[in-house]
Design a protein around this ligand. Structure first.
Ligand SMILES: Nc1ncnc2c1ncn2[C@@H]1O[C@H](COP(=O)(O)OP(=O)(O)OP(=O)(O)O)[C@@H](O)[C@H]1O
Ligand SMILES: [Mg+2]
Length: 469
């Protein structure tokens, strides 16, 4: 049963007739009610039990309704209060609303009106609760929970996120496409004291220049053709929160100048406007472009770069943190299991080595997409292959070895053996890298005994110890 249908209400009034009449009315409509005859008693009961709503008289001896309201707003900020007032004190009722009362009714009360106001207040209260719990959930998720990776360079990223989250300085997130820059930006916001305020994203490469400018700073009515209405920009929208300027490297020069002003003075002007608006939003920017090179070629303002680059965070490309591959595979398997009705739950470890040698130009995003495809396409409960983009794999070991050791006068048997040996060596190296030299685990995954693994390593002069942390 939804909470708003049957809430727990406290009635506070020194007037016996009102208390009894209201109690009966509320109980008739399925609410659980408790009575307090004065402010002191109300305070005591609030401390002892949980209520969903307080219905309080304004004028009472001792602690009056306004004082009780202030106490409630201070100690139970989410608890709605409806004030009950005689005609004579409507002015005070308005004052009560200003102090945070949800609503007021006048005595003698119209039953229907009272019931409607109570229901509405309880519904709003329920919505607030849901929003709060959703926000808590989101906060939990972005407090690194959603960024997978234990690689030492990712741990450095987390440390930097935590450090910069505690400040208001701009952060610049650098990294190739698909490395998780946006996730890092969110982590900064949700780990900062701004977490309850908006996180506003603007993709600077997706918009034409005029549109980008008006999206960022807003515009006044009639400032350009098509500007029929006044429009609030993202900087204003992000007030008190964080604005994420994605693809900052694609911002045209003249907008860069305006961004510089925001960073220097914390001020903006809407397009076509004259009023100066103070903005208070933390700036987080990201790019996959080489800003230093762009400065060299005159495409990016050096002064803006230094403003943004106070706290750079480099997110490493996937190919440089291959030890995170098993965790990521696992994560995406769970994240997208629903694509195949939760049928696919396993990933054959033998698929991993082929992925180790891959370039991952699209980084984690590419991995996520390939995993989605594999989940959809797999027929059983296990993913047994991943379709890597062909032609992208460097030094594919299935072709003749690159060192040219295979001559045209080599017999086919020798040729095959050379290739097999190369494949075996490369497989072993990848497994060692992946499992940090843990021979037991590798033997298990390769389904051969430990001694054989050691013998083969000896053959290829591989030292498993050199792969341990
Ligand atoms: N470490 C990670 N753990 C889990 N998921 C990740 C990780 N890194 C990236 N992803 C996922 O990969 C996808 C791409 O990430 P994101 O959009 O943050 O990348 P990006 O660096 O902003 O890319 P681009 O430069 O193309 O905008 C998203 O679905 C994101 O959830
Ligand atoms: Mg991005």
């Amino acid at each position: 049963m939804p909470r708003h249908a049957h809430g727990k209400i406290m009635i506070v009034d020194d007037d016996l007739a009102f208390r009894i009449g209201t109690l009966a009315l509320l109980e008739d409509h399925g609410y659980v009610s408790t009575i307090a005859t004065n402010g002191e008693e109300a305070k005591r009961k609030l401390a002892e039990q949980q209520f969903d709503l307080v219905l309080s008289d304004l004028v009472m001896p001792g602690i009056n309704g306004i004082e009780l309201l202030q106490h409630i707003k201070g100690s139970y900020p989410g608890l709605p209060v409806i004030m009950v007032t005689g005609f004579a004190s409507i002015g005070t009722a308005v004052e009560a609303m200003r102090l945070g009362a949800r609503d007021y009714v006048t005595k003698p009360c119209d039953n229907d009106e009272l019931l409607i106001k109570i229901r509405r207040a309880l519904e709003e209260q329920q919505k607030d609760r849901e929003l709060r719990s959703l926000r808590d959930e989101v906060r939990g998720v972005y407090a690194f929970g959603n960024i997978v990776g234990r690689n030492s360079r990712m741990k450095e990223v987390y440390t930097l996120v935590q450090q910069v989250a505690g400040t208001d300085v701009p952060a610049l997130i650098l990294g190739e496409t698909g490395t998780g820059k946006e996730l890092v930006a969110k982590a900064i916001h949700y780990n900062s004291s701004r977490r309850d305020k908006p996180f506003v994203v603007i993709n600077c490469s997706a918009l034409a220049e005029t549109l980008l400018e008006s999206e960022l700073f807003g515009h006044e009515r009639g400032s350009f053709t098509g500007a029929h209405r006044q429009h609030t920009g993202k900087f204003e929208e992000a007030r008190g929160g964080t604005i994420f300027l994605d693809e900052i490297g694609d911002v045209p020069m003249h907008i860069q100048t305006k961004l510089l002003r925001v960073l220097q003075e914390g001020e903006i002007q809407r397009v076509g406007g004259t009023e100066t608006i103070t903005v208070d939003s933390r700036v987080v920017a990201a790019t996959n472009r080489d800003l230093t090179a762009m400065i060299g070629s005159g495409q990016f303002r050096e002064d803006l770069f230094y403003r943004l680059n106070v706290f750079p965070i480099h997110v490493p490309p996937l190919r440089e943190r291959m030890d995170d591959l098993p965790d990521l595979v696992d994560f995406f398997l769970k994240k997208h299991a629903a694509l195949a009705g939760n049928r696919v739950t396993r990933f054959a470890p033998a698929v991993l080595p082929s992925m180790m040698n891959y370039q991952w130009k699209g980084n984690v995003r590419e991995l996520e997409n390939l995993m989605k495809r594999a989940i959809i396409k797999s027929t059983g409960d296990t993913i047994t292959s991943i379709e890597l983009l062909t032609g992208e794999q460097p030094e594919a070991r299935t072709s003749a070895p690159a060192d040219g050791s295979v001559q045209m006068n080599t017999s086919f048997r020798e040729y095959l053996s050379t290739i097999t040996r190369h494949a075996e060596e490369s497989y072993l190296l990848q497994m060692l890298r992946l499992y940090k030299g843990n021979v037991n685990q590798i033997a298990k995954l390769m389904d051969i005994d430990r001694k054989t693994v050691y013998r083969k390593m000896g053959e290829y002069q591989i030292d498993p110890d050199s792969f341990r942390d």
